[in-house]
Design a protein around this ligand. Structure first.
Ligand code: NAD
Length: 301
């Protein structure tokens, strides 16, 4: 059996069109949806992620404002930029590209962003809302995975989902969202403390790899017919490649695709969904801000 290859680019393109249509409606109300993108330093991977995001924003009719800070910037300088953007009504979302240089506390920076502009969904208020099932911004990669499963028609209700990885930005929120009542999977989380992940992964109807370990998921770890979602993006040395490396997921793609029912490629699987969900979060932030203004005008106008 050969797995159905999940086309993340196609699903993401539909979501980006939706974002574009909603951006058009906002412009019709005189509002230009706008994301502020802050990058500290010049990490090559971060530069490439930021460029990809800004291209997608422009294509959807969302404005972006670029803030580039030198690597040696003090934490307080970054916090001051965030405070200014929090107060700026023309900015609807704020994205601080991670990772930050080690002398800047990521926690302090994430907590400084106004939760109403937290389009990455990393602020403790956003995380709390997510866990409680309240309205709020969902983190883009985990949300993108859920949308991919839904759009592909993969049965999730009652399925056993195994998540490899427990980071704050992927594994933990993904496990949480999958176990929500309206999604209804039974969830197992494996991490570096899991002695033998194969015991669990072999039982998975849905196996999600988000460990950042190329080749981690081998065919013997996968149940016949399972949906395998590869979140991993790893640079693997490859002298034949122009840049000297190629991108690889966490899944041993060839052999696993012979056994799985569905599989996401890397690139072209989860990655495009992350950007699409970011665009939708920016639109939602702009719509929320405008609706709040309209409501206030109705109240006091
Ligand atoms: P991270 O390093 O913060 O977390 C990795 C997690 O995997 C940790 O919780 C660790 O306990 C767990 N882990 C490590 N080795 C393991 C093993 N052998 N078995 C089980 N669990 C193991 O990484 P992250 O930020 O969560 O990212 C994970 C991967 O996803 C990376 O490759 C990253 O580049 C990629 N990523 C992709 C997107 C996207 O849009 N496609 C977005 C974010 C992250």
């Amino acid at each position: 059996m050969s797995a159905i290859i999940i086309d993340g680019r196609a699903v993401a393109a539909r979501k980006r069109e939706e974002a574009g249509a909603r951006a058009g409606a906002l412009r019709g109300r005189g509002v230009i949806p706008c994301l502020a993108v802050i990058l500290v330093g010049e990490d090559p991977a971060s530069l490439s992620y930021v460029a990809g995001k800004e291209k997608a924003l422009a294509e959807a009719g969302i404005a972006s404002r670029d803030f580039r800070l030198p690597r040696e910037s003090k934490e307080e300088e970054l916090l001051a930029v965030i405070r200014t953007l929090n107060a700026d009504e023309t900015v609807h979302g704020i994205l601080v590209q991670l990772p930050l240089p080690s002398h800047i506390r990521e926690d302090a920076v994430i907590s400084a962003v106004d939760p109403a502009k937290d389009v990455d969904g990393f602020h403790p208020v956003s995380v709390g809302n997510m866990v409680l099932g309240r309205k709020g911004f969902l983190p883009c990669t985990p949300h993108g995975v859920l949308v991919l499963l839904r759009e592909q028609g993969i049965p999730v209700n009652g399925a056993h989902a195994v998540v490899l990885g427990r980071s704050n930005i992927v594994g933990k929120p993904l496990a949480n969202l999958l176990s929500r009542k309206d999604v209804n999977a039974t969830v197992t989380i494996c991490h570096t403390g899991t002695g033998n992940p194969k015991i669990y992964t072999r039982e998975a109807d849905i196996l999600i790899a988000a460990a950042g370990r190329p080749g981690l998921v081998t065919a013997d770890m996968v149940k016949e017919g399972a949906a395998v979602i590869d979140v991993g993006v790893n640079r693997v040395e490859d002298s034949a490649a122009r840049k000297g490396y190629r991108l690889s997921g966490d899944v041993d793609y060839g052999p696993v695709s012979e056994k799985a029912g569905w599989i996401t490629p890397v690139p072209g699987g989860v990655g495009p969904m992350t950007i699409a969900m970011l665009l939708l979060n920016v639109i939602e932030a702009a719509e929320n801000a405008e609706n709040a203004k309209d409501a206030a005008a109705g109240l006091y106008g």
